[in-house]
Design a protein around this ligand. Sequence first.
Ligand code: ATP
Ligand code: MG
Length: 142
Amino acid sequence: MQQTLSILKPDTVKKNAIGKVISYLEKGGLTVVAAKMLHLSKEKAEQFYDIHQGKPFFNDLVEFMTSGPVVVMVLEGEDAIMKNREIMGATNPKEAKPGTIRADFAESIDANAVHGSDAEETAKREIAFFFKPDEICSTAAK
Ligand code: ATP
Ligand code: MG
């Protein structure tokens, strides 16, 4: 069992597509074990995307991620990190495989519907960034 962090980005929330996007994740074998809606401050978005500081797209990324509320979730399942990335599709929706979330919902490389952790270490860091341990309702036996 593995956990990963998922964010439904402001474009998904604005489109009223939270339910549809979550159903792609659930149909793909992932389970939501924690969830909350929040509006990221500039500081929090900059901290979250710290590894992209200095890249040409950094300011646009922070501006987009603070443009409206998001839904942050912990997803659980076997091989959850890679599974989530597969269901999401490529970062650039033009390159995303048909049937993936980004192929079906993303409009651009900025407004690309979802975020997903990309490795075990980042998943741990990103989950702890948004959730206390007792806010996660894991289905795995403790
Ligand atoms: P995310 O981290 O949001 O799940 P990702 O892991 O597929 O996406 P990253 O490389 O981590 O992609 O980039 C983070 C975000 O920054 C992307 O989702 C995208 O919105 C934006 N981004 C990444 N690369 C570019 C680029 N070359 N031009 C513009 N925006 C970009
Ligand atoms: Mg990333």
